[in-house]
Design a protein around this ligand. Structure first.
Ligand SMILES: Cc1ncc(COP(=O)(O)O)c(C=O)c1O
Length: 397
């Protein structure tokens, strides 16, 4: 029976990363997968997470299942982190959340809830968006429409195009937005632009679904959710998929949550019950370890400050790398790369052709997506000159 199934092609991003791992070149650089790397090329464990882990391991008395909604300290801590402790929706108990296996799990549970409320609803996604959004939401049965977003010539957001396209979104439609640090382009909306989207949602009746996977890695923990909070203040319903993979370094622990902001406390409770039923039919209970660590970090004032400081240092380092990359690339080419400094988070399209991205890989062992999207956090003091010189060599042809 099973032998009818053919071999599937390798995932485009993970495939390039594994090709880089087996490349024997001592100069190779992996700029593919969205993982924060420090100056030593290591994806580090946060100090606060390490401390929380030591106490958790010492105190843990059971490996019994988690509650279906997950760890209460984690859910409460994450709600405050994302929405702010002064959130009116939180004060009115109009928010519920379920711990999920990573941000992907949150996106999937959010999609299940949308599909339960409006089977086959249309989800508007940015052009481009993170490719995994499509199978995660599409496999539930949701349909897609695309709105214009990234403009390669200006290397910025085509906001007029976005507004024109979303002008066709109406009641019963969902608009998927990247909360900050857009993946793959790094071009984010300004607060004024978020406000225009909120006006449109109010007027036209569509519901925002916000994917926030990089809070703290753009400008800072508070600044990065200002747009999202504006939507939550103004609209009756918003779904949020939050991830702790990047901002707590908990990638492999699969730590995230789906948050449901709804029009009443009663509906918030109903949505949580729906989410628990959806989780039960997919994977039952969420994994414990990552959420127990994040819950401890968020609940303990000292650990939280320690974590916030380390995260802020990462954020500054990424922004510093962006500045250095602009100057090194401009020293080696006659192009304006200033846009890299205006973008947020880990990603940027360098604006190279597919042939140029392939030449960088084949001639210089520099691995980026063929769209020339790079993970800026894969750059460091030891590889930045080699990278900029190689880009210069490839552009000269
Ligand atoms: C835009 C976006 N959303 C969600 C996620 C989900 O991450 P995870 O499931 O690892 O928490 C990622 C991870 O790369 C992402 O880039």
């Amino acid at each position: 029976m099973l032998d009818v199934l053919p071999q599937m092609p390798e995932d485009s991003i993970l495939g390039l990363s594994s090709a880089c791992r087996s490349d024997p070149s001592p100069n190779k650089i992996d700029l593919t997968v969205g993982i924060y790397m420090n100056e030593e090329g290591v994806c580090p464990v946060f100090d606060a997470v390490r401390l929380a882990q030591q106490s958790l391991v010492a105190e843990e008395t059971t490996k019994a299942y988690m509650a279906p909604a997950g760890d209460a300290a984690f859910n409460q801590g994450l709600q405050r982190l994302v929405l702010g402790s002064g959130s009116a929706a939180l004060a009115d108990a109009r928010v519920s959340s379920i711990q999920t296996p990573g941000g992907c799990g949150a996106l999937r549970i959010g999609a299940e809830i949308i599909n339960a409320a409006a089977p086959g609803a249309r989800v508007w996604v940015s052009d481009p968006t993170w490719p995994v959004h499509i199978p995660l939401l599409g496999s539930v049965g949701l349909r897609f429409e695309t709105y214009r977003y990234y403009e390669p010539v200006s290397h910025g957001v085509n906001f007029d195009g976005m507004v024109e396209d979303l002008g066709r979104a109406g009641r019963g439609d969902v608009v998927l937005l990247h909360g900050c640090c857009h993946n793959p382009c790094g071009a984010d909306l300004t607060l004024e632009q978020w406000s225009v989207i909120a006006d449109m949602a109010e007027r036209q009746g569509f519901m925002p679904f916000v994917d926030i996977a990089y809070q703290g890695l753009g400008d800072g923990l508070e600044q990065d959710v200002a747009g999202l909070r504006l939507l939550v203040e103004r609209l009756p319903e918003v779904i949020i998929a939050a991830s702790c993979s990047k901002n707590m370094g908990l990638y492999r622990e699969r730590t995230g949550a789906a948050l449901f902001v709804s029009s009443s406390a009663e509906n918030a409770r109903a949505l949580l019950s729906q989410a628990q039923v959806a989780a039960r039919r997919i994977y039952s209970m969420p994994p414990a370890h990552g959420a127990l660590l994040a819950g401890r970090v968020l609940a303990d004032a000292e650990l939280k400050t320690n974590w916030e400081d380390e995260l802020q240092a990462m954020c500054w380092r990424i922004n510093g790398l962006r500045t250095s990359l602009v100057s090194k690339l401009e020293q080696n080419t006659d192009r304006d790369f200033g846009f890299i400094e205006r973008e947020k988070g880990m990603f940027s399209f360098l604006g190279l052709t597919r042939a140029e991205a392939i030449a960088l890989r084949e001639k210089h062992s520099i691995y980026m997506l063929e769209s020339s999207r790079i993970n800026v956090a894969g750059v460091n003091g030891a590889n930045i000159d080699y990278l900029a010189e190689a880009v210069g060599a490839v552009l000269r042809g």
